[in-house]
Design a protein around this ligand. Structure first.
Ligand code: F6P
Length: 344
């Protein structure tokens, strides 16, 4: 039931772009049109609110602007990481811009860093602050999925399936580094779906004793290779091993004579057309964000829990990093045990 008369919503996309951000902005614009609310797009993340003199930063988004963008990766509003958003001056400037532009509510599509910016703004600006979770990392607590995660997983799986073909042909060992910042959601989901022989991530691998970990890894690879004579794929989370996959490959060669080809998938995981799951999630969340504004909600993140859209306090969403499902970790542990015993 509507009880707030909102006339102008500001929207921006912030942090690492994620496939489906365009679809979310589209949904916000379409839903706002239904409620006769104008949507002002701010470009380049929070910089659009702060650096108002330097570049053209705003646009009243027309329906025609969001026509034909549901399938586009990236974000037409551009994105950025903005350190200034956590400074007194930056926050004051952002609040001033929002006030001067007669904005009633601000929607930010981004990850935890972006939501910390929203939370900080709370003390400087009185309008409604709403977050839509958009990050390939899927590390935001209280939502089952973030926009972009499904596409990133799909992209990485396609790439590793191709690596598997050439790895099989040469009976080679590959170390594939995946994004995810400090979470293993992408690594575990991709690793298991690709049938990777090893999944190395924060949740199952600690660097406390680097030397013995390296030895154990080398022993497991050698044991599996002895009888199988086939490809061997290890997926590894970025930021896990110092120097990443390239350094780990070097160490395996130096310490155990294992030839291992390193491949860093990198930003390919952030691009591309969003898969149906992300388009649908983005559309549901975009519409829900506008409904939340009309209902008078404030300081919330739009979330999806057990397939239902709901609202979660922003503080709650950024309090903890979402953990990888224990079921996935256990499944991989069982698969690894079978590989090591040469039963598979
Ligand atoms: O948060 C999304 C993400 O792609 C992470 O997975 C990765 O660690 C980071 O952004 C990379 O950031 P940048 O594009 O600024 O190097």
């Amino acid at each position: 039931m509507s009880h707030i008369k909102c006339k102008r919503i500001a929207i921006l996309t912030s942090g690492g772009d994620a496939p489906g951000m365009n679809a979310a902005v589209r949904a916000v614009v379409l839903a706002s049109h239904h409620y006769h609310i104008d949507v002002i797009g701010f470009y380049h993340g929070y910089n659009g609110l702060i650096c108002t003199e330097s570049i053209a930063q705003t646009k009243l988004i027309a329906l025609s602007d969001v026509n034909g963008i549901i399938h586009r990766g990236g974000t037409f509003l551009k994105s950025a990481r903005c350190e200034q958003m956590l400074t007194e001056t930056g926050l004051q400037r952002a609040a001033k811009t929002l006030t001067e532009q007669n904005i009633d509510a601000l929607i930010v599509v981004g990850g935890d860093g972006s939501f910390n910016g929203l939370l900080a703004l709370k003390d400087y600006w009185q309008g409604q602050l709403i977050g839509i979770p958009g990050t390939i990392d899927n590390d935001l607590d209280s939502t089952d999925f973030t926009i972009g995660f499904a596409t990133a997983v799909h992209t990485a799986i396609e790439a590793i399936d191709k690596i598997r073909d050439t790895a099989d042909a040469f009976e080679r060992i590959f170390l594939v580094e995946l994004m995810g910042r400090h979470s293993g959601h992408i690594t575990f989901n991709v690793g298991i779906a690709c049938g990777a022989e090893q999944v190395l991530s924060f949740e199952n691998f600690s660097l406390v004793d680097q030397k013995s970990k390296l030895k154990q890894l080398a022993t497991e690879i050698k044991a599996a290779q002895q009888n199988r004579h086939s490809s061997y794929i290890i997926v590894i989370a970025e930021n896990l091993w110092p120097g990443g996959a390239v350094e780990l490959a070097k160490k395996l060669k130096e310490s155990a004579g294992i030839d291992c080809t390193a491949c860093v998938l990198g930003h390919i995981q952030r691009g591309g057309s969003p898969v149906p799951k992300d388009r649908l999630l983005a559309t549901k969340m975009g519409v829900a964000a506008v409904q939340a504004i009309v209902e008078g909600e404030n300081h919330i993140m739009i979330a999806e829990q057990n397939s239902a859209t709901c609202y979660v306090a922003l503080e709650q969403a950024v309090k903890h990093r979402k953990v990888v499902s224990q079921q996935l970790i256990d499944a991989q542990t069982n698969i690894l045990a079978l590989t090591a015993q040469n039963q598979y």
